[in-house]
Write a protein that binds this ligand. Structure first.
Ligand SMILES: [Zn+2]
Length: 51
């Protein structure tokens, strides 16, 4: 499976600290974390966390 990524929301007002993305094999090659939106605040200021 593609690697699971940990994503954090950079919005200071957002109550969501981080969440995990679990991708399928269908994830496009050009997909990146900035393409996502925060599920809590809908913000697009997201950053991938390197574990
Ligand atoms: Zn957020």
């Amino acid at each position: 499976m593609p690697p699971t990524t940990e994503v954090t929301c950079l919005d200071d007002d957002c109550f969501l600290d981080m969440f995990e993305n679990h991708y399928t094999y269908d994830v496009p090659d050009d997909h990146s974390v900035p393409d996502l939106v925060c599920p809590a605040c809908g913000g697009t200021e997201l950053d991938e966390i390197e574990l």
